[in-house]
Write a protein that binds this ligand. Structure first.
Ligand code: CTP
Ligand code: CA
Length: 227
């Protein structure tokens, strides 16, 4: 019975997840993007669906198999992702920003393919994209909000600053300089950071096991709140 309960312990919850990278077009055939493949976010969506949640998955372009039974919302740019996240935010209980959102986009998108003729150098002008997680943190009502931090140095210090700035209930800190975990791999090793709690190392394991840990913690926080 305990096993059955565990499997459906997200029943009645609406879980909103972002996954993958965003792509920011330079011209009709070129774009700026990053190394995220979407695996972590898709694993989170699958775990939530298997545990009985209603799942909305907002994802940048990816090559992954669609998890069954989720409301899939494909997007390309950070601005499209922002719009979808804000649209579904009011109805969500748990919100997880696993996407690697491009911090900048080209100031202009050329209507035609950029030609190299006569150019020895090309300088791109970029503008800041909206910080979606920061906006969600500022609009938080009933939601429990989870962010990720991708760091290549000073993991704890950088991630702690992000946790505070973005008003998240849980920040999952990732060392993306490692080759064996993180971007593109099926495993991850992360540190869970919460306001007013000690950092918790979640040792190397599958992304779906990390996803389950995230939901175990969110359910705990949710129950504590209701007491
Ligand atoms: N994030 C977001 N919108 C952005 C950039 C990031 O919602 N424009 C979210 C990511 O989905 C992640 C968290 O913010 O959950 C942290 O992303 P990260 O790239 O690690 O941090 P940044 O705040 O963008 O700072 P920096 O890249 O300069 O370290
Ligand atoms: Ca960033």
């Amino acid at each position: 019975l305990a096993v059955i309960d565990k499997q459906q312990d997200l029943q009645g919850k609406c879980v909103l997840i972002s996954a993958g990278s965003t792509v920011e077009p330079l011209d009709p055939v070129r774009y700026l993007s990053n190394n995220s493949t979407g695996k972590m976010g898709f694993s989170i969506a699958q775990a939530a669906q298997q545990r009985g949640a209603e799942v909305i998955l907002v994802a940048g372009p990816n090559h992954l198999a669609l998890p069954t039974g989720v409301n899939y919302q494909p997007v390309k740019t950070a601005q499209q992702m922002e719009q979808k996240m804000l649209e579904f935010y009011p109805q969500a209980d748990f919100v997880i920003m696993a996407a690697a959102v491009a911090d900048f986009r080209p100031m202009r998108t050329a209507e035609q393919k950029i030609k190299k003729t006569g150019l020895d150098q090309l300088t791109l002008e970029l503008v800041r994209n909206p910080d979606i997680l920061l906006e969600l943190g500022n609009r938080k009502q009933q939601q429990l909000l989870v962010g990720f931090a991708a760091e290549t140095q000073q993991l704890l210090a950088n991630a702690t600053a992000k946790m505070q700035r973005k008003k998240v209930d849980l920040l999952v800190a990732n060392d993306v300089s490692r080759a064996d975990v993180g971007f593109g791999t099926s495993q991850n090793e992360v540190v869970f950071l919460r306001p007013q709690a000690d950092p918790q190392l979640v040792s190397k394991r599958s992304k779906s096991a990390i996803a389950d840990k995230i939901f175990d913690l969110l359910l705990d926080l949710d129950h504590q709140r209701r007491k």
